[in-house]
Design a protein around this ligand. Structure first.
Ligand SMILES: [Zn+2]
Ligand SMILES: [Zn+2]
Length: 605
């Protein structure tokens, strides 16, 4: 047993209802700790000690913000003037593309861990997984996690393994927090008990599926006004979209936004390239940066196995969490980068393993297992029955009959023709939106929303006339989260610029510079945004480290967990009515869009 093993540790509960119903009393609900291993027979185990440098896997400084700042400034900052879509071209040769409709749909269903759907691609990935245990219990404190890990430590072979090697544990936020908290107290104490030594050999890592799920949901909920309009247009509905739809519905709307955008992208960018209007910049950022990033993060970037693309995408997702002020997830990627850069600078063997094989550090295995378990149990089952069923599922893994259980074909997926139609409907909606914006520009109103209480100090909002909604500054591109909002009275955002012409580059962040100012004075990087990001890395990294050092574990993670309920359920697709004129409408709109304001200066003030 000298091969790499990945540890999944997560909680499971037997709630089958759609939402946690008021009638559900706590006595009905059983909570379990699931401990699952995945072995990669072809990859060597990761040693705890780095013999070369006489250092171990953990950075004694904890979350090392200086190391993170130093590395991200030369690895990622030089590319931040590009949107995610623009930057993706550089990696496109390394990234998988859906080759047919089936693969395309499979990418859409990435947060439905149902075997029936994921079967084709992921069956192989469930090979060599082994359930260590499924026991009744909560996962709500460091103590709970240590108790769950004891199931691993109690197995003699694994204990022996851990004397030399480590187990990487990709997890969601509570797991990351509590296990890191435990490790941090072991490192800071002189306690050398066997338990604390073993705990140090567990290395928590951010779970890509949870990053994907949380980023999609955050983007969707914060930009609800836009997605609600999109939904009404594409499905010809008057009814409002649910305030918090299921992940599948969110995925479909994100996907439509990205694919509809791809049909009109070039024309729209050509028309608006020098606009500083906040509503224009908001939509360009959403469609060319935010939405494609969160859509690609797991199915395209993570699965590509291409490390340079993955680490940069992780940074870009962190930038989103950071500017949206998304609690916990604005800190977690900093901890990830701190670890990663430490392994690379100390030449720990983990560095080359993560570079070549990071796709193994997945939180998918346990989600898939829970999905099977949910399908094969019901809410009336006792905890003993659930545990028995879990063991049966585990034994049947790798057995061909296992697949037979899930052989019902799904009848929930749009056909290729339907998706293509909806994509065009979306393109029409977007194009009409941009035409209205063209006539509305310079009508955005800035609102000072600071409350008298001082609670909302410096809170700025913007009223977007075309979308007819008020948004917080954090929803606009990154520039509006910095202390230097893009100027409206002049083109260039370089502080001591004295040039007066209105041509240059509009960066992805929303700041604009004359070419000369950007290339020569600023060395092709946006100083306002670099400052904001650097400060945010330091603040969030330190805040997280402080919470790990403190003996007080009192923090709110309840909502984190509740968000994850019922991810397994797949809604039926809503029916759509075909309108054969869609192609003609789109073509006509595109040509009238190109003619818009050709005689104007095409310049916003
Ligand atoms: Zn300038
Ligand atoms: Zn900027």
């Amino acid at each position: 047993m000298d091969n790499l093993i990945v540890l999944n540790l997560d909680d499971y509960h037997n709630i089958h209802t759609k939402r946690r119903a008021d009638t559900t009393t706590t006595s009905d609900v059983h909570h379990f700790q699931t401990i699952l291993l995945k072995a990669a027979s072809e990859i060597p185990a990761i040693p705890f000690t780095n013999l070369l440098m006489k250092k171990n896997i953990h950075n004694p400084k904890g979350i090392d913000v200086d190391l993170v700042v130093e590395n991200v400034s030369h690895s990622f900052f030089p590319y931040l003037w590009l949107t995610y879509n623009e930057r993706k071209f550089a990696f496109s040769g390394e990234l998988p593309k859906a080759k047919n409709h089936e693969e395309h749909v499979e990418m859409l269903l990435v947060h439905c861990y149902d075997n029936r759907i994921q079967q084709r691609r992921d069956d192989r990935s469930m090979n060599n997984t082994k359930l260590v245990n499924l026991v009744e219990g909560n996962l709500r404190s460091t103590e709970d996690y240590v108790k769950a890990l004891q199931n691993v430590f109690n197995i003699p072979e694994l204990k022996l393994y851990l004397e030399k090697y480590i187990l990487v544990a990709p997890m969601d936020y509570p797991g990351q927090y509590f296990v890191r908290h435990g490790i941090s107290s072991c490192m800071n104490s002189t306690n050398t008990s066997e338990l604390s030594t073993l705990l140090l050999h567990i290395v928590p890592m951010i779970g890509p599926l949870h990053v994907s799920l949380n980023s999609r949901e955050t983007v969707f909920l914060l930009n609800y006004a836009f997605f609600n309009k999109l939904n009404c247009e594409v499905y010809s509905k008057k009814k409002k979209l649910a305030k918090k739809p299921k992940p599948y519905k969110i995925n479909v709307l994100l996907e439509l936004a990205a694919s509809g955008w791809s049909l009109i992208r070039e024309e729209v960018l050509a028309k608006f390239c020098n606009y500083k209007d906040p509503e224009v910049r908001y939509l360009l950022d959403l469609l060319d940066n935010v939405v494609p990033l969160v859509l690609d993060f797991y199915p395209v970037i993570f699965r590509s196995g291409y490390w340079p693309a993955y680490k940069e995408a992780m940074f870009r997702v962190w930038m989103l969490f950071c500017r949206y002020n998304r609690k916990n997830y604005n800190k977690l990627p900093i901890a990830f980068f701190s670890d990663v850069f430490y392994w690379f600078t100390t030449h720990h063997p983990m560095a080359s393993i993560i570079e070549q094989n990071f796709h193994l550090f997945n939180d998918y295995y346990v989600e898939n297992f829970h999905s099977s378990l949910r399908l094969q149990t019901n809410k009336l089952n006792s905890s003993e029955q659930i545990i028995t069923q879990a063991k049966i599922i585990d034994q049947k893994r790798g057995n061909n009959q296992f697949k037979e259980i899930f052989s019902d074909p799904h009848n929930i997926i749009y056909t290729e023709k339907e998706l293509e139609f909806m994509k065009k409907r979306t393109a029409i909606f977007l194009l009409e939106l941009f035409m209205k914006i063209f006539n509305n520009h310079d009508k955005v109103i800035k609102i000072d929303a600071s409350g008298k209480s001082g609670k909302n100090k410096n809170k700025i909002q913007y009223k977007l006339p075309t979308l007819d909604t008020i948004v917080d500054a954090k929803l606009l591109p990154l520039a509006w989260s910095t202390s230097f909002h893009p100027r409206t009275e002049r083109y260039c955002d370089r502080e001591d610029c004295e040039l007066s012409h209105n041509v240059g580059c509009n960066l992805a962040c929303g700041h604009s510079y004359h070419y000369k100012c950007f290339l020569l004075n600023l060395s092709s990087q946006c100083q306002h945004c670099n400052e904001y990001l650097t400060k945010s890395i330091i603040d969030n990294g330190k805040a997280f480290q402080n919470s790990l050092n403190s003996s007080d574990e009192d923090f709110l993670f309840k909502e984190e967990k509740e968000e994850e309920e019922n991810m397994d359920e797949v809604e039926n697709d809503e029916s759509i009515s075909f309108d054969t004129s869609v192609d003609t409408i789109l073509d006509n709109l595109l040509s009238s869009f190109k003619d818009l304001g050709v005689e104007d200066s095409q310049m916003s003030s």
